[in-house]
Design a binder for this molecule. Structure first.
Ligand code: CUA
Length: 333
């Protein structure tokens, strides 16, 4: 009954507003305890608001119809001044509603508050950049981008930092928004029971590519996560073919190395995504495109065409150099 009512209300109120983003991750389809608590509070508020709306608007329409001036009636309407009973009622009901919502909100705030750090937690430092997300695992020695891997059922303590402007960290199905502020460290947390991939999005306007500042959260079994960790901890493999070696020269010692890191090489740039295991990811460039050879090549040739405003230096690279760079990048698994 309750679920049916909620569904109907969502259909009428939310469905219409959100119909333009039908494929977007839905905050009302929560997949973690935090998101469930937030969605639960939202639903209670929605039901109460819908009830108030129906009663107030219903009363208004009823009165307009019932008490409208009859045809040929020229008499003055009854003149009324004050009604103590009614005034007490319409003061008391909103007061009760506001107090109820206040208590429910306090409960929800308690339910979504971060648990104190404990030994089994996974610590992740999330750094917002224009316009991509960096994920550092300080205890594991891993730095990656665009995809946040976490094990299912484990509490993840997330430290939020910004490299430049204010961003906001948001995974609609997993947790509400937390601002990511330069010069200040914020904190949020996750504990996701179900294996799966969840979309995240920057939710604070941060410049021209704000909408293209996305990421995926990949929730894995403990064993799969461990495998991922071990893979990520390896340095980049040495290039084998002449083409790969020539590409490595450009990437790790040429212009790319000013911004990008490839672990185990001379490339130690810190302002752009770590490329050591680039091809272990399924998306890139702030989550705007699947990582395919064709997409990556288009990106290397002209990043601004794919993502106008991208801060990746646009340099003219010859087709020969592109072939070398791509040959090397493909070894970074
Ligand atoms: Cu970062 Cu919007």
């Amino acid at each position: 009954m309750w679920h049916k009512l909620i569904k109907i209300l969502h259909f009428f109120l939310v469905g219409i507003v959100l119909s333009g983003c039908i494929a977007a991750p839905n905050v009302l389809n929560p997949r973690s305890s935090v998101a469930s608590s937030e969605a639960g509070l939202y639903n209670v508020v929605l039901v109460i608001a819908a009830g108030v709306f129906v009663l107030v608007e219903g009363g208004l329409i009823f009165t307009i119809i019932k008490h409208r001036r009859k045809r040929g009636d020229t008499s003055e309407p009854e003149q009324i001044s004050g009604n103590t009973t009614l005034e007490i009622i319409w003061t008391a009901i909103p007061a009760v509603l506001v107090i109820t919502l206040f208590i429910l909100t306090l409960n929800t705030m308690q339910a979504v508050a971060a648990p104190p750090p404990s030994k089994g937690d996974l610590n992740v430092v999330v750094i917002g950049h224009r316009w991509w997300w960096e994920f550092d695992y300080p205890d594991l020695g891993i730095k990656t981008a665009d995809e946040l891997h976490i094990p299912a059922g484990v509490t993840v303590q997330i430290t939020l930092q910004s490299a430049d402007v204010i961003h906001s960290f948001w995974i609609p199905q997993l947790t509400g928004k937390t601002d990511v502020i330069p010069g200040q460290t914020n904190h949020t947390w996750l504990n996701v029971p179900g294996i799966g991939t969840y979309s995240g999005q920057c939710s604070e306007f941060c410049g021209i590519e704000h909408a293209n500042m996305r990421f995926n959260v990949i929730v894995q079994s403990a064993a799969d996560f461990q495998t991922w960790v071990v893979d990520q901890q390896q340095p980049a493999p040495a290039p084998q073919t002449d083409l790969e070696k020539a590409g490595a020269q450009i990437v790790t010692q040429g212009i790319c190395s000013a911004c990008h890191t490839v672990d185990g090489t001379a490339a130690q740039g810190k302002i752009a995504p770590n490329l050591t295991h680039l091809y272990s990811r399924s998306i890139f460039a702030g989550g705007i495109a699947p990582l395919t050879d064709a997409n990556l090549q288009a990106w290397v040739m002209d990043s601004a065409a794919m993502k106008p405003g991208s801060l990746m230096a646009s340099v003219h690279v010859s087709q020969q150099d592109i072939d070398k760079i791509m040959a090397y990048l493909k070894t970074l698994k």
